[in-house]
Design a binder for this molecule. Sequence first.
Ligand code: PEP
Ligand code: MN
Length: 265
Amino acid sequence: LVSRDVKEEDTVISFPGTNATIGGRDLAIVAGPCSIESREQAFAVAEQIAAAGAQFFRGGAYKPRTSPYMFQGLGEQALIIMAEVRDRFGLRIVTEAMDTENLDLVADYADVIQIGARNMQNYTLLKAVGRKRQPVLLKRGMSATLDELLMAAEYIMSEGNYQVILCERGVRTFIDHTRNTLDLSIVPAVHRLSHLPILVDPSHGTGKRNKVVPLARAAVAVGADGLMVEVHDQPDKALSDGAQSIYPEQFVQMMDEITQIAPVV
Ligand code: PEP
Ligand code: MN
């Protein structure tokens, strides 16, 4: 089902009530903080990214953190805040479902259900989102091959949900000057083999604020269908991923630069 041999034309996912699409000609821009920390924080970021042209707001409610003692997310409270963001700013909401237990609740609030890198091969979860109606953003596992990524998408589609968006977010390599190695070569490879759209996440892909905008430009140049970028109004105080979160002013600059490469509607 993921294959271009089965469906030749690109999958374009649309969002009723907006002119936002994922796939096709225009870039889809997903931006927002790593975690929702408060209504004030979420609104401050959402206002600025919406003004700069983003169509989607991201924010973690349930966070897959390396240490159980790190901030785990605000849970349903964060989902409620994101629903307010949607109403106030007209942004569609992208947020992660970490397990089948919280999937129904996340699906009640999300416009796009995110499956995180650590869950790319959680086949029970993939089948469960396959039975949902919303689009699913599937992040590449940190050591997943292209075939493994496409087969994970196949799990979702095999249950009847064809609205799958892939996302490259960097893979583990020996290098240590960035958090992960962003594999931009997967973008044309996906486009050749599959009709599904693919976004690039240069935030988790590099882990470093000053590398996010250059890699965002590169992702667009290589043909990505859009970007997922972490933006925070006070990155130094962020409860997660502050070091890779860009300032709203940098986001504005990024939008200006990428629209010189490809259109954003
Ligand atoms: C995220 O997008 O917040 C996230 C946790 O990303 P990943 O699953 O790619 O690490
Ligand atoms: Mn993050």
